[in-house]
Design a binder for this molecule. Structure first.
Ligand code: NAD
Length: 520
């Protein structure tokens, strides 16, 4: 059923820190999505024809407009509840760095290549890279820039047009970025934002030529299934249950500091955040003492989040997420864990505030160690040794990110055995900003990657154009006898002998080997 404009209830965007209504935006529904995709499709040829240099200039103008705009930060802080250091120091920094990297990566991704065939020496094949067309980006609420508009950068630079459907919880930052895109004198239909609920996201998946989805496992599964039915490329970046492992050889001060930040950054609402901590028994007392002290010292509050001063934790963006936190907390306490810091909502602050909460004495069967919490709660479990830490660290249906602290060689060897798309050794989270490396989840944390040349080229399709080398036309007439009418038994027997010589007797390997290579 196609929705008509105005037929769906508007989306109320509420400040997580104060509960005040910030804005109402329309749910543009299927009709709005259809209009946007049609306009994006019409804009695609001119955008591709502009060439990479022209597109890079457009992206740089947009970046500069964002850097000069105070309203972006205000909006981002207001609708997400995060503090200014997280808005600026994570989201905006990331967007700038991503644009810088992706301009170079797009150059490589679009570079044409010649492949010379071994068998058909008379041919050469040219690989041409073309954009997919219109890419649909669907984002979650926790990072309104980093996991929403930033995911348009790669597709745009290689020549696609983009329609972004941000989360209905935090759509205002995306609308501001679309406004700045237009103010930067960029073609409006090349990057559009459509606001709406889940059905608008589903309508986008129905129409676009490629999908970049970030969100929960449950929705990601639906999106990937539908994209699969439509046979359009789809990248899904989904949930995490990232383990943080403290080996006996770890620097415990540094590990505790890193565990506190990676567990409670943006009130624990980050996909690659630390979700569960395993500490080796021999150093557990000291590590728990250090971490408890650090978590108790965290300052939480709504006052003047824009100044960036005075607080370490803001409000939780999505009220329903705190229900998960409370459920995991109650389950853990019922199964024997104890609270070392925090433990309750802070209703006196007026918004969605929950104390940064640290649990000790966790065991693997607790929900807090198994399901994504995605809020200001983390639990520590003691393990006998590194072997047990590895077994429990890998005991998850998710595999997005992992951290290990220990002596460098030991920690690096441990990292290689973790079942996780990303591992960071003796540090936390900053691997997200290593945009040179592909980033994606293993297991049910998703399919495909963002970042790296791999995360850029996937928004192109390759066309292989094979042509005849004119000078070799006489040889081709000989070869062509195998593959042309009329078929001939004598030609076939020559082919059979040639195949034996080439493959069975190894002539093909000798012919391909570089001069001087004497390997058997
Ligand atoms: P969600 O799955 O509820 O929603 C994500 C987006 O999908 C929203 O824009 C929503 O409107 C849209 N949507 C809902 N139903 C849809 C449908 N049927 N078809 C298409 N789109 C639909 O996720 P959320 O609660 O907004 O985000 C939190 C989740 O995102 C967490 O699990 C978190 O780990 C994950 N996340 C992952 C990464 C990553 O890079 N792996 C990054 C950030 C967040």
């Amino acid at each position: 059923m196609t929705s008509s404009p105005g037929s769906l209830p508007p989306i109320r965007v509420v400040s997580p820190a104060t509960g005040e209504l910030l804005a109402e935006v329309p749910d543009e529904g299927e009709a709005g999505v259809a209009r946007a995709v049609e306009a994006a499709r019409a804009a695609a040829p001119a955008w591709e024809a502009l060439g990479l240099a022209g597109r890079a200039e457009a992206l740089k103008r947009w970046r500069d407009a964002i850097l000069d705009d105070a309203e972006v930060i205000r909006t981002l802080v207001a609708e997400s509840g995060k503090l200014r250091p997280e808005a600026e120091g994570i989201e905006i920094l990331y967007l700038c760095e991503l644009i810088r990297f992706t301009i170079g990566a797009a150059r490589k991704a679009l570079r044409e290549e010649t492949r010379n065939p071994f068998l058909f020496v008379t041919k050469k094949t040219r690989l041409v890279r073309r954009p997919l067309g219109v890419v649909g980006v669907i984002g979650p609420w926790n990072f309104p820039i980093l996991n929403n508009a930033a995911d348009a950068v790669g597709p745009l630079l290689v020549g696609n047009t983009v329609v972004l459907k941000p989360s209905e919880v935090t759509p205002l930052t995306s609308l501001r970025l679309a406004e700045l895109w237009r103010r930067a004198a960029n073609p409006a239909d090349v990057f559009q934002v459509v606001t709406g609920r889940g059905a608008a996201g589903a309508a986008l998946v129905e129409r676009v030529d490629g999908v970049m989805f970030t969100g929960s496992v449950a929705t990601g599964r639906k999106v990937a299934a539908r994209a699969g039915e439509r046979l359009v490329p789809c990248v899904t970046e989904l949930g995490g249950k990232s383990p943080f492992v403290v080996l006996a050889s770890a620097n415990l001060e540094r590990a505790a500091e890193a565990a506190a930040w990676s567990s409670f950054v943006h009130s624990g609402q980050a996909c690659i955040r630390t979700e569960r901590i395993y500490v080796v028994e021999a150093v557990a007392n000291r590590f728990e003492e250090l971490l408890s002290g650090r978590v108790r010292a965290l300052r939480q509050g709504p006052s003047d989040p824009l100044s960036g001063e005075g607080h370490d934790l803001g409000a939780a963006t999505f009220p329903r997420q705190l229900e998960t936190v409370e459920r995991h907390l109650a389950d853990a306490l019922g199964k024997g864990a104890r609270v070392a810091a925090g433990g309750k909502r802070r209703t006196e602050l007026g918004g969605n505030f929950f104390e940064p909460t640290l649990l000790l004495g966790a065991t693997q069967e607790m929900a807090v160690m198994r399901e994504e919490t995605f809020g200001p709660l983390v639990a520590v479990m003691r393990v006998r040794d590194a072997e047990e830490a590895l077994r429990l660290g890998n005991d998850s249906h998710l595999g997005l990110n992992a951290t290990v602290f220990g002596a460098p060689a030991e920690a690096r060897a441990f990292a290689r055995q973790l079942e996780s798309g990303q591992v960071i050794v003796n540090d936390v989270l900053v691997n997200y900003l290593v945009v040179e490396a592909p980033l994606g989840g293993w297991k049910q944390s998703g399919l495909g990657v963002r970042h790296g040349i791999e995360g850029v080229r996937q928004w192109t399709r390759t066309q292989a154009i094979t042509v005849r080398r004119p000078l070799l036309a006489p040889i081709e007439r000989l070869i062509a006898k195998f593959l042309a009418f009329p078929y001939d038994a004598r030609v076939l027997s020559v082919l059979r002998r040639a195949m034996r010589l080439l493959y069975r007797r190894g002539l093909s390997a000798k012919l391909r080997r570089p001069p001087g290579d004497r390997r058997p």
